[in-house]
Design a protein around this ligand. Structure first.
Ligand code: MG
Length: 396
């Protein structure tokens, strides 16, 4: 009964793309890889083109696309190689594609996510920033265009599974809980946070991910974005969403129902697991991954979130309470601050103050349409960049 799925994988050479293609590799009969997009890793893309033979490949970077074209010249392949963000959006709405895996990190992925939703595709969403920035506009567009959004974020995929879908009866649900590993600085003395390097921040204890999300996991901005993502996807106010520190990332999320029952989702810390769930729906795909052993694990530990160690989480709750505009500003200012930290322009301990300063001087105006979202994002980025410059001057 299993129909063939025609895939576009955006962010194909990154962590989500690689885990998606690892699932596809185990079920070649079920999937046709129609299109792949990546930023600049043309060598990684070359290997994927040889293996999956897609119709279309897009590289965001023009030099990288040129290098890929040259490398493929001797291969007698008729794969189309395109360049730039317009081309990424074009494959997200291409008629031959029915399912889009959105694995591009950050606000940069919003254009292609919007294109996929507007074309009524099945969208497997790992790009939480796109949802946080555009909020209910994206969900309304999905409804209007007949698109389905399935969360790939492990916690949200876990909630989806516990709730039995995206539209569980809200009256039956009391609370949602997301777990957070606590990142690489869970036990480090906060007095030493000022000297944290990008390399240290990108060393996540449980998950292997891109640099931006690794820093977000260290600050817990990632969990804050996930609280907003959960509030949007599952239509919750947000005050009923808790976060617990759970160092082994064994339990990904929990749902408490009004009768006191709690359903938890457990699984190995491997992104292929939630991706296989979403790719296989409504079926379960067999997956060759390491199995979870509770006997080996022995115990499950949970701790409250320390607001001194992780001040960013409160900012996210405050943004959610303030409205869509604040959520957009939280995301944009964080992206600017994290990039400045990775570029060694500001310290790790400057990330949260840059977000706070930006949120404080940003005048609220809830975005009315998607063009407004892009305009507001640009405006917030300019404010955040000014805050970065101020922090640098102060440090100098
Ligand atoms: Mg997550």
């Amino acid at each position: 009964m299993s129909a063939v799925t025609h895939l576009a994988v955006l962010g194909a050479t990154g962590s989500i793309g690689q885990h998606t293609l690892a699932v596809v590799r185990q079920h070649r009969e079920r999937f046709v890889v129609e299109a792949l997009a990546a930023n600049a890793d043309w060598q990684g893309m070359l290997a994927l083109v040889r293996e999956f033979v897609p119709r279309t490949v897009v590289l965001n970077d023009a030099d990288a696309a040129l290098a890929l074209r040259e490398a493929l010249a001797s291969h007698h392949t008729d794969v189309r190689i395109e360049v730039g963000a317009d081309a990424v959006a074009a494959i997200a709405r291409a008629p031959e594609v029915d399912t889009v895996v959105a694995g591009i990190s950050g606000f940069a992925g919003l254009r292609s996510v919007w294109a996929a939703v507007s074309a009524g595709k099945r969208l497997l969403l790992a790009n939480k920033e796109a949802l946080v920035a555009s909020g209910r506009l994206l969900l309304a567009q999905a409804r209007a265009c007949g698109a389905t959004i399935l969360p790939l974020d492990s916690e949200h995929n876990a909630l989806y599974q516990c709730l039995g879908g995206i539209t569980a009866c809200p009256k039956q649900v009391a609370r949602l809980t997301l777990t957070a590993s606590g990142g690489p600085f869970r036990t480090r003395d906060p007095a030493t946070f000022g000297s944290i390097t990008p390399e240290e921040a990108c060393k996540h204890p449980n998950w292997s991910m891109g640099r931006k999300i690794s820093v977000d996991s260290a600050t817990l901005v990632n969990k804050g974005l996930e609280v907003i993502e959960a509030a949007l996807l599952f239509d919750r106010p947000g005050t009923d969403i808790d976060v617990l520190i759970h160092p082994t990332s064994t339990v990904h999320a929990l749902v408490e129902f009004v009768d006191g029952s709690v359903l938890a989702h457990l699984g190995p810390s491997n992104m292929s697991v939630p991706i296989a769930h979403a790719l296989g729906l409504p079926e379960r795909l067999t997956l060759d991954v390491e199995r979870l052993s509770l006997l080996t694990l022995g115990r499950l530990e949970f701790f409250p979130v320390d607001p001194v160690r992780y001040p960013a989480l409160q900012l996210a709750y405050a943004a959610l309470a303030a409205g869509q505009d604040a959520c957009l500003a939280l995301n944009a200012s964080n992206e600017v601050a994290v990039q400045a930290f990775l570029d060694r322009r500001i310290a790790y301990t400057d990330i949260v103050p840059v977000i706070e300063t930006t949120l404080a001087c940003h005048t609220a105006a809830d975005p009315s349409d998607i063009a407004h979202v892009f305009a507001l994002d640009g405006e917030v980025r300019r404010l955040a960049e000014a805050a970065v410059v101020t922090r640098r001057r102060r440090a100098a």
